[in-house]
Design a protein. Sequence first.
Length: 815
Amino acid sequence: MRGEGIRIRIGACSFVIWICAFRPQSRHTIEMLPILTDLNHALRGLRKSPTLAAIGVTSLALGIGANVTIYGVVREMILDDLSANQPDRLARVAAVVSYARYRDLKQAGVFQDLAFETGLGDLIWDAATHGEVAWQMTTSANFFNVLGVGSSAGRLYSQSDEGLQVAVVSYGFWRKRLHSNPNVVGHPLQFNGKLYTVLGVLPQDYRSVMGHGVSPEVYLLAHADSQHCHPFGRLRDGFTREQTRQALVAAARIIGGQNFEKQTSSLRPMAGLAANAATEGDDRRFFLFFVMLFGTAAMLAVIACFNVAGLLLARGVTRQRELAIRKALGANRFQVARQLLAEGLLLVGLGAGVGLLVDAFLRNWLSYVRWPSAYNLPFEFHFQNDRGLFLYALATALVALLVSSLLPSLRGSNADLSLAMKQGEPAFSVRRWSLRNSFVTLQVALSMVLLILGVLFSRSFLQVADVDPGFDVSHTVMATVYPLPGQHLQGEKGWSWRDGVVRRVKEVPGVIGVTSIGPLPFMGELPQDPIRRKGDPLSVARDGYSVGAGEQFCKVLGIPILRGRDFEIADRTRQPVPALVNQTLARRLFGAADPIGAQLLIGRENERVLEIIGVTADAKMRTLGESHAPVFFTPYADPQLLVHVTGNPTQWIKALRDALAQVEMASALDVRPLSDATAGAIFPMRVAAGFVGSLSGLGLLLVLTGLYSSVSYATRRRTREMAIRATVGATRAAILWTAISDSMAVLTCGVLVGLPLAVMAIRPLTDVLPDGVDPWDLAMFCAVGTLLLATGAGAAWIPARSASKADPSLALRQE
């Protein structure tokens, strides 16, 4: 009789096992293969121990499920490449240049082709009935050609479209905002009061050059006067990145001299891990956080495996006579170990199957995560059940099997018949510090690391949520209005129209003051330019962040002016351009000297001259968690307004929206409280605290469960000893302490081992934490250690207390 192959698939399948189910024994009988016999015995054994099975499967499901989900998130954020043809042949020039310099670099022929983008920015999309914030990226006309990507509908713009009012939209924007309109190609959309013709829709799985899961919703062509271009190009055939960098440096020296050569001397890859492993700035903090997140998920999986290993070791102790007798009846060590390993295989298989269901639930939940309303940043998680995820799930399950089951199986196969036959003697050599205690110690140590990281990020979130940005958020409304299409209001005409908007807003009851700002606080990256005192060489310039500000800017926002005066309407046309500088920038450029009246040079090319009219107190404009950045303010008169109101800003939203809707030639509107922007600013730290805190909480739960189970088995094993102690006069308290003393020793060792591990885990994360959070706070370490000891003692006390209440005569009779 020929054996038939049976294919076993667990859940969505982390792994596939092919086995032959039967083999012939005689004409009339068949015998199951030994592995199936072992699995059958293991299944019956686990059915007799439902508590062990439930704890083991749940532990592995949480560990494997969370680990696979976090791997998917980390892969999306820092591992997967951008959408491009041969992305490893793309390289980014680590510099911000003007359009003129970009054109010179392109003509130098260093790259096969050179494109640029200007970063992520917001605009107002007129959605027929109201205005909505949409996120856009302006690029060169050859942007998509250099990437080598196609469209899912229509076409993408190219060099022949330069100068036209055309747009390309993302798949998410087309599906969610345009409701999957099949006639979108050729359809006009209105952004910032201007009409653009949609040329095409990007593919659903398109990954943008922004990385980190961020995908602009709208792509527009950049203007020739763009000053903040981020160039990238495709390497020439046969050229390495280093050879291209050397050619770039030589070309930059000819184009702009030594300063431009120094500015463009770095060429970064755009694919692979190296593209995301940034060495400085926000990208480095982002990379370190996700590496840490992946590490915490791995620690949780290890804790789960150690939990199951401890349970199987304890179960092996209770089966010592059975295993020893099996060996006496002819079973060899391999057969005994195989039977024990079958139990681990069942637990891991069931745990992996349930874990994949947990993973599916978590990924479905993550797909609905959205940035708070003021941002609506377009995150697109491209979770895919591809070969990479399949292999990772398989590897995780195999590691879980080895860690949780291999040592218990080998340990159980050492059962000694001579010891087992002696009344009351264990079938294994007795050591006070058992292998099970070592597993619990490592669990406690890893849980110590997870808890400290969880507390650290929770403190960071509370710090950022409670930080004072330096201006009044609780009484300010953001309001943006744009003119109708075709009404290109520039210069005096544009200022006059904007002033009319301001007058209309001031007529609303409850409005105290109105000013302009650009860009809005915490809404995207601020423009950054080199700034220096007039007369100083460019080599000593300091980078400063530029913010546009309207009249009475500081008064409306409540920012103190330390020296000089605030902006006024007449500053729009004054030369040199008046400027306010914050305290940090004034200190860096002038030290303790008075900067009022001093002139500054801004930029590398087409330098502008500014004259300082005032010094403001520091206010946070980029992020809430950063130290005060150097910022300068210049006159700005666009209709992107900040409105200071009395009372709760939300009660004035409708009145302000109605007032703006009545403005002549007004089109897209967007009105919301400024607190929405601060909510968006703290969102990353909220997510970080939520992720790490959840993982640390699960880790603590698994440790306590494992400790409880371990003490339960240990007290059951020592029933005879406790009965004898009670018979000879030991008090219940003494018996109770005897039962939990080993557990307290294990907990203490785990805490002591976990402390240096936590220090090593924290050290690379110091740059990720916001200012004001001390990662080496002794009170935090002591509190976490005390929490572990207290909760661990409670978990050990419950089964020990039950054992101490046992009737000595009944216990001895059972023995």
